[in-house]
Design a protein around this ligand. Structure first.
Ligand code: SAM
Ligand code: SF4
Length: 324
């Protein structure tokens, strides 16, 4: 559908849980966060109702996220249910990769079309400092297996900051060694992210060019959204940048988000006034749900205003509660 600023909205990110086994320093406090109770979380049937209304509104691409989505029981079953909805063209997932390896075949079989694995560093010590968890080897092994069993699209996501600055070229080189795209996501001042200084696109790009040669911008569109991609000589995959801070892309933003407890979020930086779980549980029909979602999405804010929005409009959830 088209929103009030003439943007086509065709991509929905669904958080299926607020829980996570990792405690990434910029995302989750060490002691964790108060968790949603079982009753507050959208059921699979409610998620399917929302997906069906979303498809009616022209949303054809869905990303499953969290918290850590693989902690949601029977996730493969949900993936299959979404996959079976007519009109879903892409069904992808973003994960920290820790529990992925043993689930890959089942996910592929259920209909997943792409998996993004978050890897901020390939240095074991830095990995443990950033995630406050062991397991780099398990995560890299998941990446290798996702490529080996030919998940249609495999990507690596990395958030650059002081804590992994020295490791970024090595992370980028994953796209040389493997046929995967590596994307650098600029740190956004949401939740704990406000306490971290990110490293921005231009600095990383020139560092990479010094080592790997001239970067050529790609013309074709790859993936769901705002990433700008570059190719480097002898790389199998591309290097992408999602640069919400240094190269704002709100004018072309195509996405909305659903939190695990049913809030429809129209922009990462704004709190939500639209709870779809409560609307469904009040007995709304499919037609009413679709109309409600239309009204919400139509009013998607024009810009994230990360550096301007303060007070009651601003999102106060942590990123793990939103889904990134
Ligand atoms: N646990 C899964 C994972 O790590 O991929 C899915 C949820 S996580 C919130 C989704 C993505 O958001 C991850 O790639 C993570 O690095 C990113 N993220 C979390 N906080 C962020 C922030 N403040 N700014 C930018 N990206 C952030
Ligand atoms: Fe968990 Fe992903 Fe947040 Fe890390 S970024 S704490 S893996 S939800």
């Amino acid at each position: 559908m088209i929103d009030q600023y003439n943007r086509t909205i065709d991509y929905l990110r669904i958080s299926v849980t607020d829980r996570c086994n990792f405690r990434c320093v910029y995302c989750m406090p060490e002691e964790g966060v108060a968790q949603l109770c079982h009753h507050d979380i959208l059921t699979f049937d409610e998620i399917i109702k929302i997906c069906k209304s979303a498809v009616k509104l022209g949303i054809h691409r869905i990303k499953i996220t969290g918290g850590e989505p693989l902690l949601r029981k029977d996730l493969e079953h949900l993936i299959r249910m979404i996959h079976e909805i007519d009109g879903i063209h892409e069904l992808t997932m973003t994960t920290n990769g820790y529990y992925l390896e043993e689930r890959l075949e089942a996910l592929k079989e259920a209909g997943i079309t792409g998996i993004n694995i978050s890897i901020d560093t390939l240095d074991e010590g830095a990995f443990e400092n950033i995630t406050r968890h062991e397991g780099l080897e398990k995560v890299v092994s998941s990446l290798r297996k996702a490529i080996a069993i030919q998940i249609p699209s495999v990507k690596v996501n990395c958030v650059p900051m002081k804590q992994n600055e020295k490791d970024l070229c090595q992370i980028a080189a994953l796209a040389k060694e493997y046929p995967v795209h590596v994307r650098f996501i600029e740190m956004m001042p949401i939740g704990l992210g406000e306490l971290f200084q990110g490293i921005y696109q231009d600095k990383i790009l020139s560092q990479l060019e010094r080592i790997y040669g001239i970067a050529r911008p790609c013309r074709e569109r790859l993936g769901n959204g705002p990433a700008r991609y570059y190719s480097f000589p002898e790389f199998q995959g591309k290097i992408g940048f999602i640069s919400a801070m240094s190269h704002e892309f709100c004018e072309d933003c195509n996405r909305i988000r659903l939190t695990a407890d049913g809030d429809l979020k129209l922009c990462l930086n704004y709190g939500s006034r639209w709870n779809l779980r409560d609307f469904i549980r009040s007995g709304a029909s499919e037609k009413q749900l679709t109309e409600y979602m239309y009204q919400a999405i139509y009013h998607k804010p024009r810009r994230h205003g990360f550096l301007e929005i303060k007070g009651c409009e601003k999102e106060i959830r942590k990123m793990a509660g939103i889904g990134g």
